[in-house]
Unconditional design. Structure first.
Length: 366
């Protein structure tokens, strides 16, 4: 089965840089066809596929690069049947709507041995605001339909500009991962992981917490634990960088245990009280920290009950010296270490009766 990935973005956003990085790092060992559905000239003739409106040229890493004209569906068919590639990358025209390209692929994918795998939009962080104003729906459409958004030029932009752009993108797309770390600093595999939308930090943590609760409470039927997320899956996805009110609806799971089992747990094993309700607070941030700062924050969370009954805290944030800091906290102990760059800084805290405004102030995030 051929995977189809769409990479959209306005001219000059940095799509070619991203594609080259993915070809050399993210898609190692895969046969890839790059389809440029762009206005303009194409270099060398492909000859045998010319009749189907496809022109071919070789690109780096042995990737075949072609431009589609005419019947998109028929051309896609031809590429799959001729090359049977592991992956097709489609780089649409910068002025096309991403939703149109997605639909064009969906219309034909049932007839060919291929499936739509991801759709990513590359945005120049310095042009976000002006493009939204000047290109209106064309810009908005590329963001709204993106499974992931990659911000380029973040190594050159001021932090305030990046924050402004992230807030603007979040207005248009609440859930997609937004990669704010310069892509040169990330391995291709990490970029691909974000593009293919791995679980949010909150989902991961909630799953871990639910699993731990399950280990401690064998008296519940197994199947009652299976879907710890059945309260409206949306609630725990990416409630990041929104106004405080938008977090409020985290809090009303009918006073049931946060593992979703529907039972009240007893406190005989030192766990939370029967009337406790798990809530999660999550933030994306481009702020940098030192290991000492993070250590002190976690110590505060462990010792100061005024932040709520904190069950878990986890995150990965940029370090002041260019390294990334990973932290993990359970009651009574915490770990702070350095690690590989993440696509953006992420913090998540889970507990009962957590005070979100106090947590935001403690981590110094808005």
């Amino acid at each position: 089965m051929t995977k189809i990935d769409i990479i959209s973005g306005f001219l000059g956003a940095g799509k070619t840089t991203l594609i080259k990085k993915l070809l050399s790092e993210g898609f190692k060992g895969e046969q890839v066809v790059l389809i440029e559905n762009e206005f303009g000239e194409i270099g060398i003739d492909g000859g045998f596929l010319k009749e189907a409106g496809i022109e071919i040229r070789e690109m780096n890493s042995g990737c075949i690069c072609c431009s589609l004209v005419g019947d998109f569906g028929k051309s896609l068919h031809e590429v799959v049947d001729t090359y049977h590639p592991d992956r097709i990358l489609i780089e649409p025209s910068g002025v096309g709507k991403l939703s149109d390209v997605i639909k064009a692929v969906q219309d034909v994918q049932d007839e060919i041995d291929a499936e739509l795998n991801s759709f990513t939009t590359v945005v120049d962080v310095t042009k976000c605001k002006i493009y939204r104003k000047n290109f209106g729906e064309f810009f908005s459409n590329q963001i709204e339909y993106a499974g992931a958004v990659i911000l380029s030029r973040t190594d050159k932009a001021k932090p305030e500009k990046i924050q402004e752009s992230v807030a603007l993108l979040r207005e248009l797309n609440e859930k997609a991962p937004i990669i704010t770390t310069p892509i040169e600093q990330l391995p291709g595999e990490k970029i691909l992981e974000a593009m293919e939308s791995s679980k949010s930090l909150e989902e991961e943590l909630l799953a871990e917490v639910a699993h731990e609760e399950h280990e401690h409470h064998h008296d519940h039927d197994h199947e009652e634990h299976e879907h710890h997320h059945d309260h409206d899956h949306e609630e725990h996805e990416h409630h990041h960088d929104h106004d405080h009110e938008e977090h409020e609806h985290h809090h009303d799971h009918d006073h049931k245990c946060g593992c979703g089992c529907g039972h009240h747990h007893h406190d005989h094993e030192g766990h939370h009280h029967a009337d406790d309700v798990f809530t999660s607070w999550g933030k994306e941030t481009i702020r940098t920290y030192t290991k000492e700062e993070i250590g002190n924050i976690l110590k505060t969370l462990e010792e100061d009950g005024s932040y709520g009954n904190i069950l878990r805290a986890k995150g990965m944030v940029a370090g002041a010296d260019g390294e990334w800091i990973y932290f993990d906290m359970v009651p009574g102990e915490h770990e702070v270490r350095t690690g590989a760059p993440e696509y953006t800084g992420r913090i998540c805290v889970i507990g009962a009766e957590i005070k979100e405004d106090k947590l935001a102030a403690l981590f110094q995030v808005k």
